[in-house]
Write a protein that binds this ligand. Structure first.
Ligand code: PMV
Length: 338
């Protein structure tokens, strides 16, 4: 049977998604905006195999592939996504899937966005749903249903917005600008490789217990407009200020939810403070943001990236860095993993 391989990037959100309007459909409570990441990608190969009794998903860990277990959170979502798309295609065929990341799996970088967008793309192509795969609006809706809605932003290249809505049909991703539009860079400072203690899904479910969540949903609206405009006008200062504000607003909600989630480590604060200092003392246009984790994404323009990388590496808490430019979204490639 024919093999199909799909490559898909992770993304970093300038405006974050936290909390859902409809939990079973993973619809975000607010519009959210991100950039795709060139050096944080997942490659996934799929083959339908009628001789198989069960689906097999194998993930590369170090030098070898090992099965993704069904009783893990990631495993449950991945096997459910296979069943959903198989049903959509009215098929009964089982599949063999192999997947690997282009970034170190022990770096503490969440791979759900690249992983689930690559998986969904591979499934759509294997089950003859190319029309959906090529219609990025429809494709992004299918990705959203995998359980990690931020993955829906990875289907497009460059700068992307995922729309909040009250129904499945109206919550999809749109492209704001392509990957060549702006030489923006995300240098990820790895300060911790530990697995996060609170998963995003636990966080989304707890948002209403934070007294600050309602405020976030109000104050985020002008910020969304500001970020869209900053991307179109390539205005690093305006994008950076809004991005930092959004990250802090998000982490306040996280830390004041019940139960609270504290994602920061000492290295997180150290990097944040350094970035602020570089701006104040040298006018270096670099800005920080953090997802549901301790690592810090430092956003700057390409002309400043070498300087930023060098400065980050000099901070004792920083174990390594990953340099990213905006890149192509989910697409098919012809080198297979098996
Ligand atoms: O898509 P999820 O359920 O993994 O949640 C994403 C949460 C954040 O990374 C913190 C924010 C975002 O929009 O990427």
């Amino acid at each position: 049977m024919k093999k199909i391989t799909v490559k898909s990037p992770a993304n970093i959100a300038f405006i974050k998604y936290w909390g859902q309007t409809k939990h079973n459909l993973y619809i975000p409570r607010n519009n959210n905006i991100s950039m795709t990441l060139s050096n944080c990608q997942t490659i996934t190969t799929i083959q339908k195999d009628p001789s198989l009794k069960e689906d097999i998903i194998e993930l590369k860990n170090g030098d070898k592939y090992s099965p993704l277990l069904k009783d893990t959170h990631k495993g449950k979502n991945a096997y459910e996504q296979i069943n959903r798309i198989r049903k959509l295609a009215k098929s009964k065929d089982k599949v063999h899937i192999r997947s690997r990341n282009t970034f170190p799996s022990d770096a503490g970088i969440a791979s759900s966005a690249s992983g689930f967008s690559a998986l969904t793309g591979a499934l759509l192509l294997a089950f003859d749903q190319r029309k959906i795969f090529e219609d990025k609006k429809e494709f992004s809706k299918e990705v959203r249903l995998c359980g990690s809605a931020s993955a829906a932003r990875s289907v497009y290249s460059g700068f992307v917005e995922l729309l909040s809505a009250n129904s499945h049909n109206k919550s999809y991703a749109v492209q704001i600008a392509d990957e060549k539009s702006w030489n923006l860079v995300d240098v990820v400072a790895i300060v911790s490789s530990e697995k996060k203690k609170t998963s995003s899904s636990q966080g989304h479910a707890a948002v209403d217990s934070s007294p600050y969540y309602k405020t976030r949903l109000i104050e985020i609206q002008p910020r969304i407009k500001k970020v869209r405009k900053a991307i179109l006008e390539k205005d690093i200062r305006s994008l950076g200020v809004a991005t930092e504000e959004d990250a802090i607003s998000l982490h306040i909600v996280m830390m004041t939810s019940k139960p609270p989630a504290y994602y920061w480590e000492p290295g997180t604060i150290a990097v944040m403070k350094e970035v602020i200092k570089w701006r104040e003392q040298e006018g270096l246009q670099a800005y920080f943001t953090m997802d549901a984790g301790a690592n810090v994404h430092v956003i700057c323009e390409k002309k400043d990236a070498k300087k930023v990388e060098k400065k980050l590496k000099a901070i004792p808490f920083v174990k390594s860095t990953i340099y990213n430019e905006p890149c192509e979204g989910t697409h098919e490639i012809n080198t297979h993993l098996f």
